[in-house]
Design a protein around this ligand. Sequence first.
Ligand code: GTP
Ligand code: SPV
Ligand code: MN
Length: 605
Amino acid sequence: MALTNNKNVLAWVDEMVALTKPDKVVWIDGSKEQLDALTAEVTALPDGDPNKMYELNQEKLPGCLYHRTLPNDVARVEDRTFICTSTKEAAGPTNNWMAPDEMKAMLTPLYDGVMKGRTMYVIPYSMGPIGSPLAKVGVELTDSIYVVLNMNIMTRMGAAAFENLGDTSDDFVRGLHSKADVDPEKRYIVHFPEENTIWSINSAYGGNVLLGKKCFALRIASFQGKNEGWMAEHMLILGVQKPNGETKYITAAFPSACGKTNLAMLIPPEGYQKDGYKVFTVGDDIAWMKPGKDGRLYAINPENGFFGVAPGTNEKSNPNALACTRKNTIFTNVALNNEDNTVWWEKLDKNPPVDATEWKGAKVNGPEFIAEGGNLAHPNSRFTAPAENCPCISPEFNNPEGVPIDAIIFGGRRASTTPLVYQSFDWTHGTYIGSAVSSETTAAATGAVGVLRHDPMAMKPFIGYNVGDYWAHWLEMGEKLGDKAPKIFNVNWFKQDENGNFIWPGFGDNMRVLDWIIKRCEGTVDADETAIGYLPKKGDINVEGIEDEVTPEIMDKLLAVDKDLWTKEIAEMRRYYNDDIAAKGGNIPEALYAELDKIEAKLNK
Ligand code: GTP
Ligand code: SPV
Ligand code: MN
């Protein structure tokens, strides 16, 4: 039964049913009975069925399920992701583009009758707390139960999402997904920002198919934000509660698999805990931000769960993330421990299961398999965990108004050049720093791993329009916020020594850097002015308890601004602006070129 009288929703669903021709249409109301029935259906499938999900040990992992996607379908596919605006210029140099009519003409035959013999699930969902002035409604049509069960964790899914839409509103995002034959040659992740529409076909993996996430909450939402005066960013949101009870909120943009979930759930070092510091998680991947009535910038997390990288998550690196995954969680492409029907991934512990099933489905001897160089879990294997499981979830998580932001942090994986932390001179310089984010690539997208690539604001794969206009939008927001704008910083947890070892301990110890950042926001600590920004003065990053690891000599290395490396960095930025952006149709704001000139002049002084 349709869950809404909204005529636009009903007309669009009818149209997509006529196109894809499912045997049956099921509206997802979000009730436990319905979800239990779908879980029973998908776990009853025979072994070897690509849609099969497995129930895990219900004593150790109550409510948890396991799934393997096809080996050709384990990450986002950026080369098959399109922004179809009416002009190529509107999509800009960082996106693949095709004219909307041409794209629809190409995809329509692929969708024609694709759901014959299948059921279409109609998923209503809200990105953001239902009823929040910052929230938005989406509807995803899919032929995948795996998608329904994941969307139930990642969004506020079900009948309630329609509550605020009314009968005539057209303000909802239309998402059409079919796994089709999961054919990588016919896989397309396509956005029509001018029509609030997403078409995804031939994938059944995470970011390609959970359309509320990257497709809506970043690509479509960034386009909406530009037109409506707000921002959609690839950022975690955290709160640091100080000993006096006051909480400071910080957002941070790092490229995929560069530490957002980890920082969002950070546990402060012992000394900080003793002093009374606490960290709360508001979000781990996406922030929607808008100026509030008081003129400050407010952020909500549009999601309702975490789609986190499993490998590397353990009791030491991120106990909060691990705790999130102990119930009602879906694991994708990790390994199975057949000894007790639980899950395992690299660095979970030092005991890979002897009786294991690796992520492609082969039964193996875990320790032997690893000794031969195999990965038991895929490097981009993930957990889908409800936010409510998080031991440090912020009491403001469901606040419809969001939280006021004091600081914005950019960062990436940089083996050299970039210091542990520095602060921008102002918002415009901070926008330049965001535009200059680059990072060594990870397994979160298909392609080579470990190659340095530009990833402005950690948004390169997610900006739903022209990157030059996106930077202009950042500058406009800064002007609107004026002296109430958050301060902007850059961090690098990944600096290495000559042997390729990380020289900063990272994880919980990143609190020491947040501490400096907060003090800078409050104006209670001085800084050294350098060509690239404000750096911590000697001794101002607290190393109490890690003095053996982070000696004064190492701290000097962490905070070094090497003139030669930075001269190269600036030359590369000029090349990037000119050749990769401006020459390819990106309108770079003059103010950003001016920042480049200023830094260059200071370096040469
Ligand atoms: P997406 O979900 O893809 O957007 O990733 P993310 O940015 O949330 O990254 P996540 O926190 O899952 O971390 C990815 C990888 O970075 C994991 O293997 C972590 O162990 C590693 N990592 C995170 N924080 C740190 C850190 O402070 N230092 C070091 N050395 N590694 C880190
Ligand atoms: C990322 O790649 O940044 C993710 C995972 O958060 S996905 O949902 O696949 O985009
Ligand atoms: Mn992400």
